[in-house]
Design a protein around this ligand. Structure first.
Ligand SMILES: [Zn+2]
Length: 248
């Protein structure tokens, strides 16, 4: 079944905490599809948003998760158990759990900076509000957590701008170095690819990404590499945490 399409407001403004929306459809499992949303759906290592919908009578429907459907453009809001059923056409005020989302935006942006500090092919990544990980193929494992933390914090303190630029499939094909992920290729054929750029002209970093990020690197705040785990002969898992590097 072709799902109706949702305007993903968070793509242009990741700082929206609430918005007006109306119900387009409710799927057979109770998942809610809206005409527009600020809820990010789980994708690319970033978990989907939680929050609530407020109905015209002031009552709430708690949203426990947001997931994608058949395609990444299908955004399905999953109500918590025992919530009242919504009907197509119903108008709502929608709100995300902003403190949680902001932690995810800060962490996710920090993961981009980590790929600058550690410029090797990425084999996996997962963002969470208190701990994130990025896995790299590293031929030479000399980068320690103290040095990596120091370099990360230099990029955070430099307060670089973070912005979105759309490029064509042909532009991406002409610049294969933009793709840092070893196994995951950005979706092609839609005519346009969303590039997340850091620094003036994107000179610090530019890579395809569909997630939500902060607008300046200083918003990330204090962050450190908690652990570097050996996952294979040439694979290392870097764990990112908030706060200063604990004194050994
Ligand atoms: Zn990203």
């Amino acid at each position: 079944m072709m799902e109706p399409s949702t305007h993903a407001l968070f793509r242009d403004d990741p700082y929206l905490k609430e918005a007006a929306a109306s119900v387009l459809a409710v799927n057979e499992r109770g998942g809610v599809i809206l005409d527009r949303t600020i809820f990010y759906a789980t994708s690319g290592g970033q978990p989907g948003d939680t929050g609530y919908f407020e109905r015209a009578d002031g009552s709430r429907v708690e949203i426990a998760a947001t997931v994608t459907g058949q395609t990444k453009d299908e955004i399905i809001h999953v109500p918590a158990p025992d919530q009242p059923a919504l009907a197509p056409g119903e108008s709502l005020r929608i709100s995300i759990d902003w403190p949680r989302r902001y932690l995810l935006m800060r962490m996710h942006t920090a993961c981009h900076l980590l790929t600058v500090v550690c410029p090797y092919p990425i084999t996996g990544a997962a963002v969470s509000p208190d701990d994130s990980r990025v896995d790299f193929d590293i031929p030479d494992a000399s980068l320690g957590k103290e040095e990596a933390t120091q370099k990360l914090m230099e990029l955070v303190r430099a307060d670089h701008p973070v912005f979105i630029r759309q490029i064509s499939d042909a532009d991406l094909a002409a610049n294969p170095g933009l793709v840092k992920s070893k196994n995951v290729r950005p979706p092609q054929g839609t005519g346009s690819i969303r590039l997340v750029c850091i620094g003036d002209e994107g000179l610090i970093d530019s890579q395809p990404c569909g997630g939500t990020h902060v607008g300046r690197t200083s918003e990330i705040g204090e962050i450190h590499i908690g652990k570097i785990e050996k996952k294979g002969r040439e694979n290392r898992r870097f764990r990112l945490r908030f706060g200063p590097l604990p004194v050994a």
